[in-house]
Design a protein around this ligand. Structure first.
Ligand code: IMP
Ligand code: MG
Length: 185
């Protein structure tokens, strides 16, 4: 049996991660709970689960299989205007969902909330499409990095102040496929 460390190195091409923060079983249990919360929160109406690409792709695919009511799935690709690494200004959609939003309950699925800036702008943009309601479901929340906001209704875990990778989260497009969430450095 290979050790977990050896297995991780095989997946990362020999680059070690610092430590595993949430293992696959812990994530699985929490995603099941989130699915149940979403099922209970929407007893009626049309539900559209909108995944923010790319980071949410694994989380969303696990999550929707644990929601026990009808729903539709679409995706959104957002890009912030402005220069540099600090996001400023408005948000632009690089992929606009083809699904009708008007009159539906929208659950926007995000991998991790940091400053929350992207999400706040996206909420304004999506509100213009006249959905019945909008809530955010984030796997991870860096709570100390942003002011609380009401739409952040479903949260998997409070994230430690570290750079996390795996289960969809990347560093320069690597590590998304790790089945656990790790602290990179
Ligand atoms: P925000 O707009 O500042 O909330 O940025 C959120 C986005 O930044 C997430 O969707 C991620 O793409 C990225 N991000 C923030 N923190 C991390 C992290 O620890 N690991 C990987 N990506 C992160
Ligand atoms: Mg992201």
């Amino acid at each position: 049996m290979p050790t977990q460390a050896a297995e991780t190195l095989r997946r990362t091409g020999g680059r070690p991660v610092k430590s595993i923060i949430f293992d696959a079983e812990t994530i699985d249990r929490r995603v099941t709970e989130l699915g149940a919360q979403i099922t209970a929160a929407y007893p009626e109406g049309d539900l559209l689960v909108l995944g923010l690409l790319k980071g949410s792709f694994i989380f969303l695919s696990d999550l929707v299989r644990r929601v026990e009511r009808p729903l539709q799935v679409d995706f959104i690709v957002a890009s912030s205007y402005g220069h540099g690494t600090v996001s400023s200004g408005a948000v632009k959609l690089l992929y606009d969902p083809e699904t009708e939003l008007a009159g539906k309950h929208i659950v926007l699925v995000e991998d991790i909330v940091d400053s929350g800036n992207t999400l706040r702008r996206l909420l304004v943009l999506l509100a213009g499409r006249h959905p019945k309601s909008i809530a955010i479901c984030a796997l991870l929340d860096k709570v100390e990095k942003h002011e609380p906001f009401a739409e952040l209704r479903f949260v998997g875990f409070e994230a430690p102040p570290a750079f996390l990778v795996g289960y969809g989260l990347d560093h320069a497009e690597d590590y998304r496929h790790l089945p656990f969430i790790a602290d990179l450095m």
